[in-house]
Design a protein around this ligand. Structure first.
Ligand code: AMP
Length: 448
């Protein structure tokens, strides 16, 4: 028998970290369901395209980089560790975008709403308790056990509560104090370990702490203060979504630029101002060559899934971006290199890109399957659906952390995916598909 989708379902029962990003998303509701035959059609007039839903900031709003506003740069407070009270720069003096900012938490978590103290169940903390953590380097800042031990700033702390992050994950416990302490970091951490927050929090908090100085002005070039490089469009969009939550109402602006999508909209978004640029290497090289982005003011550089970027052949582009354009050299910027594995190529990158760095390994380097129990079950073709139904009902009954688990089902064909999805939906399980005949926009609307 070829690999059956029932196998994949069994494997997902144990809240695998690989699927935890998806499991943290709100469950789709029935109202978002679009039958397969109606998908990938142009939106009707009553349904605005995803891009226009997302972009509710008025085009006529204040623009950055055009010389019309004070700019930010490194000031006295840079890299000096946490500060509180008046030391925090809420950045509202430069550009008050608070009224215009789309609430990334949805309508139910507004600025004035009290934040519910419930826990995000995207991470299986119990499984992480025994995970070995190793640090090496000179004067490693001590790890923390709570977010309260690190002074990240009031606005960011509020967003951490809105995300329902009650305690830091192991990588966050170590990486955040290291980065807040101004040190470069090479971190080996699994996907699903909470690494996005581990590099976003210090960047956002560091930019919030910056004092006002001028950024270059007078051209269409924009000067981000932080760059986050990721291998794929999917990962960069995911980081962008997370970073926008973390930076909500901090005055820190996050923009994403990836290939395979029209560049014009990304250029327009960049022109509105950018503090943190999340980008894939190819698209960023394009923007740099067009002189629409300059890296001359970069204070923070994060590379996520660096091993995957090298596997995908991005090393020349990454080296061009980091070493051959106008980015400040190691020591003049703070660099965080995240990778699941630490092969020779990554070690070389670390020694070229980082200065006096701290090495952090969380869990067993290179392993992402330790927490997944794999069970292979032989199921006859004609019994597959009823077997799947049994598994799903068992999940509903058992739940994970008191909540219903989410499930990933892999099938062989796009048609098979659509048929299964329709059948699941008809049987009371909200479902959606991801495959090559579907646009990214439609799929993300349905998932979110
Ligand atoms: P990442 O490894 O950054 O992709 O994160 C994996 C998942 O864990 C995401 O859904 C995050 O929202 C969630 N997460 C990250 N940090 C925490 C935390 N401290 N507490 C609870 N959930 C978290």
């Amino acid at each position: 028998m070829s690999t059956s989708w029932a196998d994949s379902v069994s494997a997902s029962e144990n809240a695998a970290p690989a699927s935890s990003n998806i499991s943290a998303l709100p469950r789709p509701t029935r109202s978002t369901y679009v039958p397969p035959h109606l998908r990938n059609k142009p939106p009707t007039s009553s349904e605005p395209p995803a891009s226009s839903r997302e972009s509710t900031e008025p085009a006529s709003g204040p623009r950055w980089g055009s010389g019309s506003r004070p700019d930010f740069g490194r000031g006295q407070g840079y890299g000096s560790g946490g500060r509180s009270g008046s030391g925090w720069n809420n950045r509202s003096g430069g550009w008050d975008r608070r009224e215009r900012e789309v609430n990334p938490f949805g309508d139910d978590v507004g600025a004035e709403q009290p934040v519910a103290e419930e826990e995000n169940t995207g991470i299986n903390f119990d499984a992480y308790e025994d995970i070995p953590v190793e640090t090496s380097g000179e004067n490693v800042p001590p790890a923390v056990n709570t977010f309260a031990e690190i002074d990240l700033g009031e606005a960011l702390n509020l967003n951490i509560r809105r995300c329902k992050y009650v305690k830091p994950t192991p990588v966050q416990r170590h990486a955040i104090p290291i980065s807040i302490g101004g040190r470069d970091l090479m971190a080996c951490a699994q996907t699903g370990s909470g690494k996005t927050a581990a590099f976003c929090f210090p960047i956002i908090s560091g930019i919030m702490r910056e004092q006002y100085v001028q950024r270059p002005r007078g051209s269409r070039t924009v000067y981000p203060l932080a760059l986050i490089l990721a291998p794929t469009r999917e990962l960069s969009s995911q980081i962008h979504v997370e970073a926008k939550k973390f930076s909500y109402q901090t005055g820190v602006k996050v923009v994403v630029a990836y290939g395979g999508a029209p560049i014009n909209q990304q250029l327009r978004e960049l022109e509105r101002g950018v503090d943190i640029l999340v980008a894939t290497p190819g698209r960023l090289v394009d923007l740099l060559e067009r002189a629409r982005v300059s890296l001359q003011m970069i204070r923070y550089l994060a590379l996520d899934e660096a091993d995957r970027m090298l596997d995908m052949g991005f090393e020349p582009q990454i080296r061009k971006i980091v070493q051959q354009m106008d980015m400040p050299p190691p020591g003049m910027r703070q660099t965080m290199l995240f990778s699941a594995t630490f092969p020779k190529e990554i070690q070389r990158l670390a020694s070229d890109f980082l200065a006096n760095y701290i090495f952090l390994a969380v869990g067993r380097v290179g392993s992402s399957t330790d927490l997944i129990v794999q069970r292979v079950e032989f199921v006859h073709e004609s019994d597959k659906r009823s077997h799947l139904m049994d598994l799903l009902h068992a999940q509903v009954a058992n739940g994970v952390h008191g909540k219903q688990a989410l499930t990933l089902v892999f099938v062989e064909t796009k048609k098979g995916a659509d048929a299964l999805e329709h059948w699941l939906y008809m049987n009371g399980f909200p479902a959606t598909t991801i495959h090559g005949d579907r646009t990214q926009q439609r799929t993300s609307i349905e998932i979110i």
